[in-house]
Design a protein around this ligand. Structure first.
Ligand SMILES: [Zn+2]
Ligand SMILES: [Zn+2]
Length: 292
């Protein structure tokens, strides 16, 4: 499995000198599986660059959408495969959000909010809400879903690929103040032993209590989850738009000292645009993790 980050920022794009190292594009992660199939996780502004690469093949594009908030859909109208005649694009989304029958990716392409109407696109697209796991399994792509603790709901995904695995849990508050959809213990089980955990780590203690209930996790909570679930690699994701490169570097240093001497994770990173994590299965042991 090869995981490449195209957008790692939460809430709103944040270009500029202070964010150049980690990048200012909103959520988009690309996963290549060992059987040649591929998955696109979310369609924030990072998907624009990915689209320029994907037009060079005619494979079906499979997009797993966590939820329909702007920072996860706003790059989609600029995704070049949409404009390729006959290109097959499948969008898988949750049936547990408050807007379950809306496919936000296409609803925004309506001729008013964007100059093109989705009905006029030359590609062949469909949105799949029900039986997501079974449908993908029929295509030899193996995932599981869990419901995020986030305003409006949505999905997290765990992807298994012939001895390697990755969990993508963004826009999730591990310990929300109100109704808990998925408990901390359930999250530990959901990502137990995964080779790579990509998790929303948008906030610091200094953001609280003001942002408690906004649907994002504290860096300290995510660290603890990585330890409790004994993951191989933690990739902190969905960085706050106001967080500078220097501040994220500090978070990374803190993480490294927190994890020193602990059994897991064996490696941790703050996700950055262009970062690539390559997993190689090893018989009877944890996958080899190469990060570039
Ligand atoms: Zn978000
Ligand atoms: Zn959100």
């Amino acid at each position: 499995m090869i995981i490449t980050f195209y957008g790692v920022r939460g809430s709103i794009p944040s270009p500029g000198e202070a964010t150049a190292k980690y990048g200012g594009n909103t959520s988009c992660v690309y996963i290549e599986l060992s059987n040649g199939k591929q998955l696109v996780l979310d369609a924030g502004t990072g998907i624009r660059k990915l689209g320029k690469q994907l037009v060079n093949s005619d494979d079906t594009v499979n997009i797993l959408l966590s939820h329909g908030h702007w920072d996860h859909i706003q790059g989609f109208p600029f995704f070049n495969p949409l404009y390729q005649a006959g290109r097959k694009i499948r969008v898988f989304t949750s049936n547990n959000s408050q807007h379950s029958k809306l496919c936000s990716l296409f609803d925004q392409i309506d001729g008013a909010n964007f100059p093109v109407d989705a009905a006029d696109l030359p590609s062949s697209s469909e949105c799949i809400f029900d039986n997501v796991e079974a449908t993908l399994s029929g295509d030899n792509i193996h995932i599981r879903q869990a419901t995020i603790n986030h305003p409006g709901g949505g999905s997290a995904y765990r992807i298994e690929d012939e001895g390697t695995s990755c969990a993508y849990i963004t826009d999730n508050e591990l310990e929300p103040p109100g109704k808990i959809t998925t408990s901390y213990d359930q999250w530990v089980e959901f990502c137990r032993g995964v080779d790579v955990l990509i998790h929303d780590a948008q906030y610091l203690e200094s953001d609280m209590p003001h942002k408690h209930g906004w649907g994002h996790s504290l860096v300290t909570q995510v660290r603890q989850l990585a330890v409790d679930a004994e993951v191989g690699c933690l990739a902190m994701f969905h960085h706050d738009p106001d967080r500078t490169d220097t501040e994220i570097d500090f978070i990374q240093q803190d993480n490294e000292s927190f994890f020193r001497g602990r059994k897991a994770p064996s490696v941790s990173v703050c996700a950055a645009e262009r970062m690539q994590i390559r997993l190689t299965a090893r018989s009877g042991g944890q996958a080899t993790i190469d990060i570039t």
